[in-house]
Design a protein around this ligand. Structure first.
Ligand code: CA
Length: 225
């Protein structure tokens, strides 16, 4: 497994490299956003560990650029604890998970392994509900003939809902499957993503595919809304 670490604090980068190598990963380190972007373009990584505040281009931009190019390598973003950087923003730019600094090495490894598992177990099939079409392999979502651009996390929420179309799924189930069992943030984040999805896949098309089942959760209409 090959990991790219983009981190400008040399001591942190060196410690992460040592730790990951001890776990058997092959590690490349970039100390600037510009170098990180170049390495990510030139090589195929299994996971990218990405700091946000970087010289050159920042982590948000780097991640958004990857996604714009259609590169869905799992990204674990490192956020600062001081709160001026928004985790939700990290996820909106297409990161798959985030970790707040300072972090323990054990947690870092656990998160990386969770990302690897998730990308390895993604079911290789596409899903339809009415004219709503979701293809996890190509990271493609369409409403009829119109392609809808979704961030990684929005895509994961929609994929989970459409796999269970017609069924009521609870907020807890969505959290467990799309985030991970160790998620310690605010469970209302699910509502935030449901809202994003409605704005993208329903409202422009005058549809209402994602139904709120009060007190229970959500249901994706089997007919696509
Ligand atoms: Ca930094």
């Amino acid at each position: 497994m090959r990991v790219l670490v983009v981190e400008d604090e040399k001591r942190v980068a060196a410690a992460v490299r040592r730790g990951l190598e001890a776990e058997g990963f092959a590690v490349d380190v970039a100390l600037t956003g510009t170098d990180g972007e170049w390495l990510a373009k030139e090589n195929k990584y299994d996971v990218i560990v990405l700091d946000i505040m970087l010289p050159g281009i920042n982590g948000y931009r780097l991640c958004a650029n990857l996604r714009e190019r259609g590169d869905w390598t799992p990204v674990l973003m490192l956020t600062a604890k001081d709160g001026d950087l928004d985790e939700a923003e990290a996820l909106d730019t297409g990161a798959d998970d985030y970790l707040t600094k300072p972090f323990s090495f054990v947690v870092l490894i656990a998160r990386i392994r969770a990302l690897l598992r998730r990308s390895a177990t993604t079911p290789r099939m596409s899903y339809e509900a009415g004219d709503l079409y979701v293809d996890p392999n190509a990271h493609q979502c369409r409403r009829g003939d119109v392609e809808v651009a979704l961030t990684a996390r929005e895509f994961s929420v929609l994929e989970f809902l459409i796999r269970r179309k017609g069924e009521v799924v609870s907020k807890a189930e969505i959290l467990e499957n799309v985030w991970d069992f160790a998620f310690e943030g605010d469970p209302n984040i699910v509502e935030v993503y449901i809202r994003h999805l409605r704005v993208k896949i329903d409202e422009p098309f005058d549809k209402a595919s994602i139904q709120t089942i009060r007190g229970s959760g959500y249901r994706l209409a089997a007919n696509g809304g």
